[in-house]
Write a protein that binds this ligand. Structure first.
Ligand code: TXA
Ligand code: MG
Length: 345
């Protein structure tokens, strides 16, 4: 039986729909729901058996912990042992919003939710459906992105159904998710905050609010082992369409020529080529090319919002290779480039 899908108003979610979602969560079921970033696959975070089902359904490695979502600050003390000063500032300024904080976990957080780590990742999503669902369920909700492990994250209910189908009990369809890339993950358990995953809240904003932030990704050479232990998720191949992705990093200046050259070269090898390019480059593409326009290179928010939908669309187009144009790493552009580099392997 395919998963039940119920439409829900993303701005003013209907009480009966939210009530049904809450009932499924309370019974240990799985509910896919929209957040401002991507769709999550939710379960009662404190119910180890319910959370174990998430790992099953996604095909997720057991040592990759899951973000716990809350709707009210009053839920935090039950989950974390302490709230450092930097966390207080970030919570005041960025929640609800696309920022996940890694803090010391209380014993109340099941082992399975934390992937065996002594820490727990917590966030308060800025989406009326997510907030209403968590409040109605009256419990923290563990939710990874609702894709099958290794696929691009879902930014529409249809993506969830395409990947997970009948393995989910209920899909709340609140339309496309506005941010389009996942939350920023910041580790606050050490003396200096460590950026584990760039996302919806930019590094610039974090540094403005709390001062120095270390980049886990930049240390990936020598400190690889240490970093992997800190954020198991970065070890796995992520965000990847099935079709090969070639990323053309343009550096600081737009260079339509290098993208067009890459497309032509692959064409000449007899490949079916798709291109994901910025508005600025689209006009230079050879006629007949399968082109997806990402948005302006100076508008990373728009590029992020459509990124995964475009990757899925091109992935379904029967191509041999997808050529993607890089954008500047400013603001959410950093998260876009992180995901594209992973997709390109
Ligand atoms: O925007 C988002 O964050 C979405 C929506 C649904 O909230 N969720 C999401 O979850 O992207 P997921 O599971 O796809 O990615 C969570 C990331 C993984 O890289 C995981 O390893 C990391 O957060 N993470 C979770 N708990 C952690 C912990 N205790 N310590 C370090 N990293 C952790
Ligand atoms: Mg994910």
């Amino acid at each position: 039986m395919p998963a039940r899908r119920i439409q829900v108003d993303p701005q003013a979610p209907e009480g009966v729909v939210i009530g049904e979602g809450a009932r499924v969560l309370a019974a240990g079921g799985l509910v896919a729901f929209p957040t401002e970033t991507v769709y999550g696959l939710g379960a009662d975070a404190l119910n180890a058996r319910a959370v174990a089902r998430i790992f099953d359904v996604k095909g997720r490695p057991a040592d990759n912990p899951i973000i716990v979502h809350i709707a009210d600050l009053a839920a935090l003390p039950a989950l974390v042992l302490n709230i450092p000063a930097a966390a207080r500032v970030l919570i005041a300024r960025c929640w609800p919003g696309p920022l996940t904080l890694v803090l010391e976990a209380t014993p109340a957080v099941p082992h399975v939710t934390r992937g065996g780590l002594p820490t727990v990742a917590v966030r308060m999503p800025a989406h009326p459906v997510a907030l209403a669902l968590i409040r109605a369920a009256d419990r923290p909700v563990a939710a990874p992105s609702a894709n099958r492990s290794g696929r691009p994250s879902p930014t529409a209910a249809q993506h969830v159904l395409d990947d997970l189908g009948d393995a989910v009990d209920l899909v709340l369809d609140g339309g496309p998710t506005p941010v389009g890339v996942e939350s920023t993950v910041l580790d606050l358990t050490g003396p200096v905050p460590v950026l584990l995953r760039p996302g919806g809240v930019s590094l610039e904003t974090l540094r403005e609010l709390v001062g120095p932030v270390t980049l886990a990704a930049a240390e990936a050479g020598a400190l690889e082992a240490a970093m992997f232990a800190r954020s198991p998720g970065v070890r796995y191949r992520h965000y990847a369409p099935r079709t090969r992705v070639v990323l053309v990093e343009a550096g600081h200046d737009a260079d339509p020529d290098s993208i067009v050259r890459t497309v032509r070269r692959l064409w000449d090898q007899g490949m079916r080529v798709g291109a994901m390019v910025t508005t600025e480059t689209a006009a230079a593409m050879p006629p007949g090319a399968v082109v997806c326009v990402m948005g302006s290179r100076d508008d990373p928010e728009t590029v992020a919002a459509r990124l995964y939908a475009h990757l899925r669309e091109l992935d379904d187009a029967g191509l041999d290779v997808i050529v993607v144009e890089g954008i500047p790493e400013r603001g959410v552009g950093r998260a876009v480039m992180d995901r594209l580099r992973r997709a390109a392997g």
